[in-house]
Write a protein that binds this ligand. Sequence first.
Ligand code: MD3
Ligand code: FE
Length: 216
Amino acid sequence: MIELDLFEAPGGVPPLPPGVRLLEGFAAPWEPALLTGIEQVVAEAPYRHMITPGGQCMSVAMTNCGSAGWISDRSGYRYTRIDPHSGHPWPTLPESFSTLARQAAEAAGFTGFAPDACLINRYAPGARMSLHQDRDEHDLAAPIVSVSLGLPAVFLLGGLERRARPARLPLSHGDVIVWGGASRMIFHGVAPVAEGLHPGVGRQRINLTLRRAAPA
Ligand code: MD3
Ligand code: FE
């Protein structure tokens, strides 16, 4: 299969699938602002381990900010305006999150990206995310911007079908990925995070996923 050949080309970083743009270290200068924003969000909407529709407790702890937040429970995956834990709307999207996301999207060729939802994923060592597609957003033409902070991780990049063997993309603190166009529906996941201690972020990996969930 041509895709597999491309993904597993020897030597250095594997070529990325069309529509994926890796901006290495793009968010590093934003670290203090992002950590402050995360702290403010978590004070209002603490991290929690959500339950999958199949009844499994996710190893990743999550929270959200923005006018829409992604949740999972026994009845499925969806975006809500209200945090079911607090009964209140999700915390406001910190300005640093939306500005960084807009600038990263712009650097990848998407102008005017206005995210309304940010899922904050916290990986303790050992936490992982199995291969899945993101298909709960209204506007599948809008890109997704993801920001990696803290401990490194290996991102798993599959194809448009679940059975494609995933390529492995190492990600470090400050890396930003913009997913758009043809890559928007690829299967992806995160390999179990290795033990470690990041100087600024501690014993964890935090991933911000900025999206346009609702109609513009
Ligand atoms: C590729 N989170 O929350 S963000 C997720 O590192 C999720 O926490 C991962 O996958 C994490 O759904 C990866 C990167 C990401 C987000 C959306 C995508 C990659 C994507 C949508 C399509 C293809
Ligand atoms: Fe995802």
